[in-house]
Design a protein around this ligand. Structure first.
Ligand code: XMP
Length: 509
């Protein structure tokens, strides 16, 4: 078993996933309970995660440095490495920030951790501090342009420090490094798969004979979760879709079709288009928008549940398609930072006194897609782009009006059409225009006008945790830009967003 110490990184759970995929068991613990868990569980290796803190901040999480003398191999990642250096007599420099891709040069292949790595490859950084002196006993094995000690190890004590993140998909050879660590811990590397039958059995056991009301959106996550629930309990699963007018064109029809076809269940569809816009009037703050949409959603859902109860179908459970990236962005662990309130149904369970059923809570996007495929969902659906719960409202900076919503939707269709025509949709994780609320000058015909700027965001990702902007061909960018400024009224120009995640999230709000 490999013990992972969680210092609040967005990717602690992802480290766990990677280790499990390589065939080892995992236990995630808080820094405060490391020593007691080591005594009890006798792990064969310890991984120290990254985290949002700085070792110099008061109250930043720490560990007992006895763990370095136990002769258990330690892989220290990012904050974990900074903390290791700090505790063992090295020096960390406050505030030397670096986010996104960097080229790592391996200086020495003789460590077991760098075994059979190429000389140079891309790694993903996300750190606010840098290590400027290593503790004695450490040797540098890899550097990047800005970071001298990107990979350094104390071979004697078997401590392996990485300032980059081997667990994220955009770090090349990350899996390879983790596999090397598992071998250092004395285990062999094997393949591991998700067990659908086990998930279905767990749902059955949890809900028994009860009805389950399901919050569905037509997206991959809630549909896969819904199909699993329907496989477990049949028509005792009641999917409910709230049409708030903020979703992509055709979503309502799509929700009906997918549940009828794959699960033989007709979802309940509720029209809330007018009410949603009315409630959003005058609101520009992103978190405020989320709250307004969420509150209305809760009221509608509550009302629906009362109606069902009157017809003898009262429920104790609410099913949601929450996946792990949602959990972690809304602060999933003790030392983690909150990125944004991800869930538009956050207040539902308390108000309706319901228990949550979230069969995908521990899984990542790509795992959910694999699961969807194995459940027989059509290919084009499984690879469908994700869409945020608050919909287009978080892609319109400032107030969401009917007019701006229409423009956003029109531009969105253009982007999708052009990516499809160019045969690029399959390789893209998510694409959308953003109404930026910034204005600029343009000349249309002979007249000058001052119109809104649209930003185009097209990113590639697998597991949502990291992403890079799609290198679209210039002709496709040109086509999208021309069509948007010509076909969507009041738009003066289109700019392309070339930010990686981290630091920029995919959505603008
Ligand atoms: P970010 O912007 O956090 O996006 O990098 C990661 C994924 O999550 C989706 N997303 C949301 N989904 N409610 C949701 O249900 C939200 O508030 C929200 N914000 C982002 C986003 O579309 C992307 O797929």
């Amino acid at each position: 078993m490999i013990l992972i110490v969680d210092f609040g990184s967005q990717t602690t759970h992802l480290i766990g996933r990677r280790i499990k995929e390589l065939g080892a068991a995992v236990q995630i613990v808080t820094p405060e309970s490391v020593l007691s868990t080591i005594q009890k569980e006798k792990p064969s290796g310890i991984i120290l995660s990254g985290g949002p803190s700085s070792v110099y901040e008061s109250g930043s999480p720490t560990i007992d440095k006895k763990i370095f003398d136990l002769k258990i191999p330690v892989l220290a990642i990012c904050y974990g490495f900074q903390l290791t250096a700090h505790l063992l007599g090295g020096k960390v420099l406050f505030g030397r920030k670096e986010y996104g891709p960097a080229r790592l040069e391996i200086l020495n292949l003789k460590s077991q951790i760098s075994n059979s790595l190429p000389k140079k490859f891309t790694v993903w950084m996300s750190h606010g501090d840098d290590i400027v002196f290593l503790p004695s006993g450490f040797i540098v094995f890899g550097s990047t342009e800005h970071v001298s000690f990107a990979l350094a190890t104390d071979e004697e004590r078997k401590i392996f420090g990485l300032l980059f993140h081997p667990e994220v998909e955009h770090t090349e050879y990350g899996r390879h490094i983790l596999a090397n660590f598992i071998r250092i811990c004395g285990s062999s590397v094997k393949e591991h798969k998700i067990d659908v039958e086990q998930i279905i059995a767990e749902i059955k056991e949890k809900v028994g004979d009860n009805y389950v009301i399901g919050a569905v959106s037509g997206g991959v996550d809630s549909t896969v979760a819904g199909v699993l629930a329907a496989s477990a309990i049949g028509d005792k699963f009641i999917p409910v879709y709230v049409d708030n007018g903020l979703m992509r064109q055709g979503t309502t029809e799509h929700v009906k079709k997918i549940f009828t076809k794959t699960a033989g269940i007709n979802p309940i569809v509720i029209d809330a288009v007018g009410e949603t816009l009315e409630n959003l009037r005058g609101i520009a703050d992103p978190e405020e928008k989320r709250k307004v949409i969420g509150n209305l959603y809760i009221t509608i859902f509550e009302h629906q549940a009362e109606k069902l109860a009157k017809s003898g179908k009262s429920t104790k459970f609410l099913m949601q398609g929450t996946i792990y990236s949602d959990v972690i962005e809304s602060q999933g662990s003790k030392h983690a930072a909150k990125i944004k309130s991800h869930h538009n149904v956050g207040g539902l369970p308390e108000r309706m006194k319901l228990q949550l059923l979230e069969p995908l809570r521990g899984l990542y996007k790509d795992e959910v897609r694999t699961l969807g495929k194995s459940l027989g969902l059509p290919d084009e659906f499984v690879h469908k782009q994700p869409f945020p719960g608050p919909g287009f409202a978080v892609r319109i900076r400032g107030e969401v009006t009917k007019e701006r919503l229409e423009k956003e939707k029109k531009a969105d269709v253009i982007v999708l059409e052009e990516l499809e025509k160019a045969g690029l949709l399959a390789s893209i994780f998510i694409s959308f225009p953003v109404m930026t609320n910034a204005f600029s000058t343009a000349v249309k015909g002979d007249g000058q006008f001052f119109g809104e700027v649209i930003a185009l965001r097209v990113v590639e990702s697998q597991d949502v945790m990291t992403a890079t902007w799609a290198r679209l061909p210039y002709e496709v960018l040109q086509k999208i830009s021309s069509r948007i400024v010509n076909e969507v009224s009041g738009i003066s120009r289109v700019v392309y967003d070339i930010s990686t995640k981290p630091p920029a999230t995919m959505e603008w709000e």
